[in-house]
Ligand binder design. Structure first.
Ligand SMILES: *[C@@H]1O[C@H](CO)[C@@H](O)[C@H](O)[C@H]1NC(C)=O
Ligand SMILES: *[C@@H]1O[C@H](CO)[C@@H](O)[C@H](O)[C@H]1NC(C)=O
Length: 457
C-alpha cells in the first residue's frame, strides 16, 4: 500500500512537471526551438525572476576578456558555485531532475548568484559628443549600447543646442522595455579652461569636449567615452569590467592607434611625443574620472606635477602647431609622459577600417571577433567599406521588438555575401563572431526574463 502511494505521488509529480513544461513551452510559441533548452535549463533560477537572469547573463560575458584578473577570479568563483550547487539547493533538486528528463543539453546556468552581483546595481556611464550632422549616428550608437547591455546605463550626451530637442524626441520614441534600461542627460558644449572658440576648432567640431569630462561630470566616478561612429557588438558591461582590472596607477584605457608601426600614422608622421610604438586611438576611452581628478601628471612644461585641468591649456599652447588630430594628440602626449597611467586594451575593442583595409592585422579580432566597431573615416555613410556599413545598417534598421536573429543577424550575414570582394569583407568571421554570441545571449536572456516573470511562484 505504501509503495502504491509512492508510485501515485511520483506519477502526480511527473504529470505536474509535464504540464508546467507544456505551459512554459506554449507561453512562448514564437521563439525558436533551440532556446527552449536554455529556458528549461534556467528554470530553477526562476525564484528571483529577471534579476537573477540578468545577473547571470551579466556574469557570463564579463568573464570573457581573457586578459583580465578580476574577470577570471569571478569566473572561478562561478565555477565553484556551480560545483557546490547540487548540494546547496534542495528545492531545485526536483526541477533539476525534470530538467534532466526534458532537456537534452544541460547548461551551466542555474546557480545561485552571489549577493555581490545582485546587490550592486551600479550604473554604467556612457558619454558622447555630438555636433553637426551626427545625430542619427549617435542614436544608432546608443541603440547598440542599450540593445545588448545588462546593467543600467546613464547617457551623458554633449550636443549643440540645436540637437538637444531632437535627441529627447528620438530617445522617447524607443519602447519602454528599453527606455527603462537607461537615463540620459543632454548637456551643452562647454569648456572650462582657455578659449572656447579655440577648443571648438581644435578637431572636428566639439571633439575637444571629451578632455573636459573629468571637470564637468564631477559626480561621476567612471565613464566610457566613445565617438559617435562607434557600435557596440557586445554588452558594455564587458568593457566596463576593464575598470576593475586597472592597477593602482592606471586611470584610463584605450586601444593602440595601429597594430603595425611601419604603417601607423603616428610612427610615420607625428611631430610630437605619443604613447608607445604607435600611439593610442581615443575613439573608445574608458576613464576612472575620480583618479583623473586626483592625479598629478608629469609633463614637459614644469618639473612639478599638474592636475588634469591645470595641464590642458598650457599643453595645448605648447603643442598646437605640431598636432594634427586635435584632442587625440593631446591624449597621446599626456600618456607619453605618464605611461603608467594607461591601460592598453586590445584592438578588438576599437576596431577600425585600418585593421582590415591593408590586410587583417588585429589578432584579437581574428580570435574572438570584434567587440566594439569604430567606423571612422565616415565609412558608415559611403561605399568604401561595405562591411562597416552593413553593420551600421542592420542595427539602424532593427526595430527593437523584433527577433534579433531574424531581423539583425541573418540580414547581416546576407549583406556580408556582397562584400567578399573587399579586403575587410574577406574576413566575415571577424565581423560576425562576437555579434553572433551577443545576439544569442541577448535573445536567451530576453526569453528567460519573460519566463522568469511567468514562472514566479
Ligand atoms: C576609480 O578609482 C577610485 C580611486 O582609486 C576607486 O575608489 C573607484 O572604485 C574606481 N572606480 C572603479 C569603477 O573601479
Ligand atoms: C600599472 O601598469 C602599467 C602598465 O602596464 C605600468 O607601467 C605601471 O607601472 C603599473 N603600476 C603599478 C603600480 O604596478
Amino acid at each position: 500500500m505504501k509503495l502504491y502511494c509512492k508510485v501515485v505521488a511520483l506519477a502526480l509529480c511527473l504529470g505536474t512537471l509535464l504540464l508546467l513544461y507544456l505551459f512554459v513551452g506554449s507561453a512562448d510559441d514564437d521563439d525558436e526551438p533551440p532556446l527552449k533548452v536554455a529556458v528549461k535549463g534556467s528554470r530553477s533560477s526562476a525564484p528571483g525572476g529577471d534579476l537573477v537572469a540578468q545577473a547571470h547573463f551579466r556574469a557570463v560575458p564579463a568573464a570573457e576578456p581573457e586578459e583580465e584578473g578580476a574577470a577570471q577570479v569571478s569566473k572561478r568563483e562561478k565555477q565553484q558555485q556551480q560545483q557546490q550547487q547540487p548540494r546547496l539547493h534542495k528545492k531545485t533538486g526536483k526541477r533539476s531532475a525534470a530538467k534532466g528528463k526534458f532537456a537534452s543539453v544541460r547548461r551551466p546556468k542555474d546557480q545561485k548568484h552571489s549577493t555581490l552581483q545582485l546587490s550592486a546595481p551600479q550604473w554604467m556611464h556612457l558619454a558622447v559628443v555630438a555636433c553637426g550632422d551626427r545625430l542619427e549616428e549617435t542614436l544608432i550608437m546608443l541603440k547598440s549600447a542599450v540593445l545588448f547591455s545588462y546593467r543600467k546605463l546613464k547617457f551623458h550626451i554633449f550636443a549643440e543646442d540645436s540637437l538637444k530637442s531632437e535627441f529627447e524626441k528620438k530617445l522617447q520614441e524607443w519602447p519602454p522595455s528599453y527606455t527603462k534600461k537607461f537615463e540620459y542627460h543632454v548637456y551643452p558644449i562647454a569648456f572650462s579652461v582657455g578659449n572656447a572658440q579655440e577648443w571648438k576648432k581644435l578637431f572636428k567640431p566639439c571633439a575637444a569636449q571629451r578632455l573636459f569630462l573629468p571637470m564637468i561630470l564631477k559626480d561621476v566616478d567612471s565613464l566610457l567615452y566613445v565617438d559617435t561612429d562607434v557600435l557596440f557588438l557586445r554588452p558594455i558591461d564587458d568593457i566596463w569590467s576593464f575598470l576593475r582590472a586597472f592597477n593602482s596607477t592606471q586611470l584610463a584605457a584605450m586601444a593602440p592607434e595601429h597594430e603595425i608601426p611601419k604603417i601607423g600614422w603616428y610612427s610615420r608622421f607625428a611631430r610630437h611625443p605619443y604613447y608607445g610604438m604607435t600611439g593610442v586611438n581615443s575613439g573608445v576611452m574608458l576613464m576612472n574620472l575620480t583618479r583623473i581628478r586626483n592625479t598629478q601628471f608629469k609633463n614637459s612644461m614644469i618639473p612639478a606635477g599638474l592636475t588634469w585641468e591645470e595641464m590642458l591649456y598650457p599643453l595645448y599652447q605648447k603643442y598646437k602647431n605640431y598636432i594634427t588630430w586635435g584632442d587625440q594628440d593631446l591624449l597621446n602626449i599626456i600618456f607619453y609622459f605618464n605611461p603608467e597611467c594607461l591601460y592598453l586594451f586590445p584592438c578588438q575593442w576599437n576596431y577600425r577600417p585600418d585593421h582590415c583595409m591593408y590586410g587583417s592585422n588585429c589578432k584579437g579580432a581574428e580570435e574572438e571577433g570584434i567587440s566594439i566597431l569604430h567606423g571612422n573615416r565616415g565609412v558608415y555613410h559611403d561605399d568604401k567599406q561595405p562591411t562597416f556599413k552593413a553593420l551600421y545598417e542592420v542595427i539602424r534598421d532593427f526595430s527593437f521588438e523584433d527577433n534579433l536573429f531574424q531581423s539583425m543577424y541573418y540580414p547581416l550575414q546576407s549583406k556580408f555575401l556582397d562584400t567578399v570582394h573587399t579586403l575587410c569583407g574577406r574576413i566575415p568571421q571577424v565581423f560576425l563572431k562576437q555579434i553572433e554570441r551577443t545576439v544569442k545571449k541577448a535573445y536567451e536572456s530576453r526569453v528567460i526574463v519573460n519566463i522568469g516573470a511567468n514562472f514566479r511562484l
